[in-house]
Design a protein around this ligand. Structure first.
Ligand code: NAD
Length: 457
């Protein structure tokens, strides 16, 4: 049984459904494969129209969906609304992709015609996390569908209701069975990997690695977007107050539960002024009921997540660091943790080298941009890095040398435009990038066609 409960009110059961058994995943896979030729037969215009109608349906239900994200995954209302807006944009963007070219013609070595073309891979298996319960399933499913595939979507258990409602809204525009949500846990996810022709996964690095290995064992392509341990570097010439405000939101917005959340701040030079400003900005964030318009920091997803943040905070003093703010639970009901900032930790402390998925961050200081870049690059993850400076030369150095898939200057590590490639390097990503036109590489295969001239056709 899969039961999702509201993190701000754990007694509130949002949905309870049977987990999809492997045999049922097989049946859904067969139905999806059967529907896929009809979807291809709809042609570019037919697929574009259906995705446009799906966008209208999601937009029409925007208030209801935002409220569901607030209730099921504790996303603050303003962010939940933003996620629905992004979801609609993703659908509209991919509704146009069937009209784009799918290959190129080349000069043949003899007489004739030489060209490449792309084909859908077939059945796409999507395994998604709970933290963007609409946008992540859609930034995978929309391109998968646009390029002509069928889809099985295995959402994370804490976001089951969001995924089921999303499917109710968009499947009326698709051939029956083309897209199915298979609710469940790890076993259901494994069954999806067993059935799919390609897998796209987003989630933790540990789980992602098992999925990459299982897909490789089957010889199917796989893409994985994984955890982050994202640094923000603050240079001495930065606007300290503005940087502190931007970083505070990136540390603790949605209780730090974004793969792109800032987890480390590396200050070049004397960190005292920036540290005070960051602590002040973090303390000014409103923690509370995510349904309220003014709240930035809602609960973490469950009691285990809360305990991980509290344990990390509790370990700071023993490691020789200082806890500057936070480190405590907030309120009696729900999984709320005060935004937490530490400093003075060694480079091998958990908060300096691994992802703790909550509103917690560690500050360190170094003497130069060179040292800051090497400290930033010293971890296994490589999703996104930020730099605050007024100097274009420093910005360009960071752009060339930070070992992350995304680099942001004078902007929070969180929030990346949906029409550009998204993803990490090192332990943060595997395979091709997501979003924008990059998605075509995951969801299609390339074929080279040679037609010799001079034969009777
Ligand atoms: P998770 O890895 O626990 O779960 C992700 C998905 O995998 C869920 O659907 C889960 O049910 C499924 N799963 C778990 N074990 C499985 C197995 N053995 N076989 C098949 N499927 C299995 O991650 P989560 O807690 O849902 O999400 C938080 C994590 O996701 C964080 O590490 C965060 O950084 C990461 N994340 C990354 C990105 C990105 O784009 N890089 C975006 C959002 C979240």
């Amino acid at each position: 049984m899969i039961t999702s409960t509201s993190p701000q009110c754990p007694e509130d059961i949002v949905v309870s459904v049977e987990a999809t058994e492997p045999a049922a995943v097989r049946v859904a896979a067969e139905a999806a494969r059967k529907a896929q030729p009809d979807w291809m037969a709809a042609g570019a215009a037919g697929r574009a129209k259906a995705l446009g109608q799906a966008a209208d349906a999601v937009q029409g239900a925007a208030d209801e969906l935002a409220a569901l994200a607030v209730r099921e995954v504790g996303k603050p209302l303003a962010e939940a609304r933003g996620e629905i807006g992004r979801s609609v944009s993703i659908l509209r963007y991919y509704a146009q992709q069937p009209f784009e070219e799918i290959g190129a013609t080349h000069n043949p070595s003899g007489a004739g015609l030489l060209f490449t073309t792309r084909r859908p891979r077939g059945l796409v298996g999507l395994i998604t996390p709970w933290n963007f319960p609409f946008a992540i399933p859609l930034w995978k499913a929309a391109p998968a569908l646009a390029y002509g595939n069928a889809v099985l979507l295995k959402p994370a258990e804490p976001a089951t209701a969001c995924a089921l409602r999303l499917a109710e809204l968009i499947t009326p525009f698709l051939p029956a069975g083309l897209l199915t949500v298979v609710a469940g846990g790890a076993g259901t996810g494994q069954a999806v990997v067993e059935q799919a022709d390609v897998v796209s996964f987003t989630g933790s690095t540990a789980v992602g690695r098992t999925i990459v290995a299982a897909a490789a064992q089957r010889g199917i392509p796989v893409q994985a977007e994984l955890g982050g341990q994202n640094p923000a570097i603050v240079l001495p010439d930065a606007d300290v107050e503005a940087a502190a405000g931007s970083i505070a939101a990136a540390v603790a917005g949605y209780a730090g539960q974004k793969c792109t959340a800032t987890k480390r701040v590396i200050v070049v030079g004397d960190a005292a002024r920036f540290t005070d400003a960051l602590v002040e900005s973090v303390r000014a964030l409103v923690v509370g009921d995510p349904a309220r318009e003014d709240v930035t920091v809602g609960p973490v997803i469950d009691s285990a997540a809360r305990d991980r943040v509290l344990a990390a905070a509790a370990s700071v003093a023993d490691a020789g660091g200082r806890l500057l703010t936070g480190g405590t639970e907030v309120g009696d009901l729900g999984w709320f943790v005060a935004p937490t900032i530490a400093d003075g930790l060694p480079a091998d402390h958990l908060l300096e080298c691994d992802e703790v998925f909550g509103p917690i961050c560690s500050i360190s200081s170094v003497a130069s941009l060179d040292q800051a870049i090497s400290r930033a690059n010293s971890v296994q993850h490589g999703l996104v890095a930020g730099l605050y400076t007024r100097d274009i030369g420093s910005a360009l150095q960071a752009a060339n040398r930070l070992a992350t898939g995304m680099i942001k200057v004078n902007a929070p590590t969180t929030g990346v435009d949906f029409y550009l490639p998204f993803g990490g390097v090192k332990s943060s990503g595997y395979g091709s990038k997501e979003q924008g036109k990059a998605a075509v590489d995951t969801f299609t295969s390339v074929h080279t066609v040679t037609i010799e001239a001079g034969w009777q056709l």
